[in-house]
Design a protein around this ligand. Structure first.
Ligand SMILES: NC(=O)c1ccc[n+]([C@@H]2O[C@H](COP(=O)([O-])OP(=O)(O)OC[C@H]3O[C@@H](n4cnc5c(N)ncnc54)[C@H](O)[C@@H]3O)[C@@H](O)[C@H]2O)c1
Length: 243
């Protein structure tokens, strides 16, 4: 690990998280991969390790404060935390149960809060926290619990940025739009096409596009920016495509 900066990425076993791990490795970080889904995490982590990358992996849930605290205390240093893990499902408002609503909030907001609070205990001045929200925080059709949780992620990002500024810790967020991962592929083909048609660019983004934005906030040269949300969504936040 030598004197490399250390970045921890949650939800690192697949999708945007794994693309972010690869990007941060390329950028010279030692990367700590965290995911609750042990098998794909181990497969991805082992493959990177065998390719000579400076990486380690830990299977745990971001909502398990004791496990999170143990991991944080065991790290020699922590320069970057990428809070990427989240859950998602589509569902019309009147069909959502209270338990489902709470479960999404618990992972997407409380889990992010737990990770950040334990990370801050070991972080030093100049550290960076990047929370992955979603363009959906603005609004969207048939996923009220997800929208609520991602609006919560944005609020948490901005609140943390204020509180942690005096400690010299920068906190920013990323709001991806449609990105081609399992989360997107879990939608029906019809719903996927419906969403792509609304994009001004008529495209679905790739996990690497989001990793690129995360890498900007993770870069130690990115200073004097905190409490910002970078939207990477093919222009969808400007409105629905009119052509
Ligand atoms: N894919 C998209 O279109 C899209 C759009 C906007 C925002 N996002 C956001 O980007 C992030 C990554 O999305 P993705 O598409 O790569 O998702 P994904 O479902 O492919 O991967 C999410 C990962 O998080 C892990 N995870 C879930 N709950 C966890 C927990 N409690 N503890 C630890 N790990 C947990 C899962 O095991 C999985 O490996 C999420 O925050 C998501 O909300 C995705």
């Amino acid at each position: 690990m030598s004197d490399k900066e250390v970045a921890l990425v949650t939800g690192a076993g697949q999708g945007i998280g794994l693309a972010t791990v690869r990007r941060l490795l390329d950028d010279g970080f030692h990367v700590v991969m965290v995911d609750r889904n042990a098998e794909p995490l181990a497969t991805a982590g082992q493959a990177l390790h065998e390719a000579g990358k400076s990486v380690e992996h830990h299977a745990l849930s971001i909502t398990d404060r004791a496990a999170v605290a143990t991991l944080m205390k065991a790290l020699p240093r922590l320069d970057v935390l990428v809070n990427n893990a989240a859950i998602f499902w589509d569902g019309k408002f009147d069909a959502i149960t209270e338990d489902d609503f709470k479960a999404m909030y618990e992972v997407n907001v409380v889990g992010t809060f737990v990770m950040a609070q334990e990370a801050v205990k070991v972080m030093k001045r100049g550290a960076r926290i990047i929370n992955v929200a979603s363009r959906a925080y603005l609004a969207g059709y048939a996923h009220a619990p997800y929208i609520t949780s991602k609006a919560g992620t944005v609020g948490l990002t901005r609140g943390m940025a204020f509180d942690l500024a005096e400690k010299g810790i920068f906190v920013n967020g990323i709001a991806p739009g449609l990105i081609e991962t399992d989360m997107f592929r879990s939608l029906t083909p019809e719903r996927q096409q419906e969403l792509i048609a609304k994009q001004p660019t008529k495209t679905v983004g790739q996990p690497e596009d989001i990793a690129n934005g995360i890498a900007f906030f993770a870069d130690p040269r990115t200073k004097n920016v905190t409490g910002q949300i970078l939207t990477l969504d093919g222009g969808r936040s400007m409105g629905i495509s009119l052509y």
